[in-house]
Ligand binder design. Structure first.
Ligand SMILES: *[C@@H]1O[C@H](CO)[C@@H](O)[C@H](O)[C@H]1NC(C)=O
Ligand SMILES: *[C@@H]1O[C@H](CO)[C@@H](O)[C@H](O)[C@H]1NC(C)=O
Ligand SMILES: *[C@@H]1O[C@H](CO)[C@@H](O)[C@H](O)[C@H]1NC(C)=O
Length: 421
């Protein structure tokens, strides 16, 4: 197929390079017609997608840093942003199974991060639930799967289609699509152009919004229609792009602000090791937005990686979700709160403030002293009000005035402290 390359330029011209026999030319004329019927710019729109920050702000929510100790050892106040997105943005992962071993690994690892997961295959296996079909071509298979999803999963918003040899970060997909309306047709992935057709390549995985899924399902709502809409194997992605394109649904530029890809049709070795993605490979020629090699390859919020066999998924799951780099001591754990004075002096100040002359006190007595202060806030407030009448408004001293009360107490302690110096 590489003898023929068709490129669309911004002036919407079509160059045909290579050897072509009559039949192929006829096909190309048909394709050319198709190309010029594509409206709008010649490439998927660049970065027109709404921005996550604006969407989040529009929700009327606010964010604040989570105390890591509380996050790890206790209950953080409020929900983390990822947990919020998990509720708000529902992702169904549809995995095409070639090797059961890989499917099991997906289920044990990144599959757990999807809101729901469904495996499609051609062979039943009793160790993992696989929805099986006996398709006659690869679009037939995809199309039957799409029909299955529309019939069985009614509240899906976003559907990610991947093969079983991929590593996926569903959290980053939610982050990416959160600002988008799933009732609008979207078709997101890594766009290639082949024979004048722009489509999202299966190796990188692709995402349909509910509206796009429905459009395909309504057009091909029987096994026969699905079968007739494709030919041969390993080209379901091409046919999907073609059928969606006919309905006016095209891929978008899914790169991040720094032009780094989010959907990767290559594996980590090929992406990260400079020089591995040969510039002559057909991938480079066909990719609309060729990938940068090395660390610049990939968005920090990447969603998919191709070519990762099941055994490696466990390693990646650990590296991505568990491994933490220890950077310096006392960042995590029982770090004492910073105080301007030595720790002993704090309790001594407290005893002084309580009118005690001597510092000899048992732990129990000390505890009771505190408990007395804390467990009777009204009495405490009342006393503070009397002591610091000048500082504190006399009206409505309750919890609302606590910061005020504490502040005046602190300044009193500070004043006494500097007297001592
Ligand atoms: C498929 O869609 C056609 C209209 O496009 C409709 O007449 C037909 O009943 C549908 N078939 C099924 C099985 O839903
Ligand atoms: C991605 O991460 C690197 C390393 O932490 C950082 O330098 C860079 O600014 C990040 N890029 C974006 C777009 O956030
Ligand atoms: C500060 O010192 C004065 C006199 O030394 C004492 O009356 C007062 O209770 C002290 N206040 C506090 C909060 O320690």
């Amino acid at each position: 197929m590489d003898v023929l390359s068709v490129f669309r330029t911004c002036r919407k011209r079509v160059f045909v390079v290579g050897f072509a026999i009559g039949a192929v030319l006829a096909f190309l004329f048909f394709k050319t017609e198709h190309i010029s019927s594509v409206k709008g710019s010649c490439r998927p729109e660049k970065r027109k997608l709404p921005n996550y920050g604006d969407w989040f702000a529009g929700k009327g929510l606010s964010r604040w840093p989570v105390n890591f100790d509380a996050f790890v050892y206790g209950k953080p106040e409020g929900a983390t942003e990822a947990a919020f997105l998990e509720k708000e943005v529902s992702v169904l992962c549809a995995v095409f199974v070639r090797k059961v071993k890989n499917a099991r690994a997906v289920k044990d690892t990144w599959g757990k991060h999807c809101n729901a997961i469904v495996f499609f295959g051609m062979q039943f296996d009793d160790s993992i639930p696989i929805v099986t079909f006996q398709p006659k071509n690869s679009f037939h298979f995809l199309c039957l799967s799409i029909n299955h999803i529309t019939n069985q999963y009614h509240d899906v918003q976003w559907i990610l289609f991947v093969h079983d040899d991929m590593f996926v970060v569903p959290e980053n997909l939610r982050y990416y699509v959160a600002p988008l309306d799933y009732n609008v047709p979207y078709y997101l992935g890594h766009p290639l152009t082949f024979w004048g057709q722009i489509y999202n390549v299966a190796e990188a995985g692709y995402v349909l919004s509910k509206a796009s899924l429905k459009s395909i399902q309504m057009k091909f709502n029987s096994s026969e229609k699905c079968y007739n809409a494709g030919k041969y194997w390993k080209n379901e992605d091409f046919y999907l792009g073609k059928h969606l394109g006919n309905m006016g649904i095209f891929p978008k530029d899914t790169r991040d602000v720094g032009d780094h890809s989010r959907f990767h049709g290559n594996n980590f070795n090929q992406l990260l090791f400079p020089g591995r993605l040969s510039k002559l490979s057909s991938y480079w020629k066909k990719s609309l937005y060729p990938q940068i090699e090395g660390f610049g390859c990939c968005s920090n919020k990447s969603i998919t990686f191709h070519g990762v066999e099941g055994d490696k998924l466990y390693t990646l799951e650990y590296l991505v979700h568990r491994l933490r780099v220890f950077r310096s001591p006392c960042i995590v754990g029982n770090k004492p709160a910073p105080t301007p004075f030595p720790v002993e002096q704090v309790w001594q100040q407290f005893l002084k403030a309580e009118g005690r002359e001597s510092f000899s006190i048992s732990a129990k007595e000390y505890f009771e002293l505190w408990q007395n202060k804390i467990s009777a806030p009204d009495a405490f407030n009342e006393r503070m009000r009397q002591e610091h009448m000048n500082d504190v408004e006399a009206t409505a001293v309750g919890f609302a005035n606590m910061p005020h009360v504490l502040e005046s107490m602190l300044s009193a302690v500070r004043a006494n402290d500097s007297d001592n110096i």
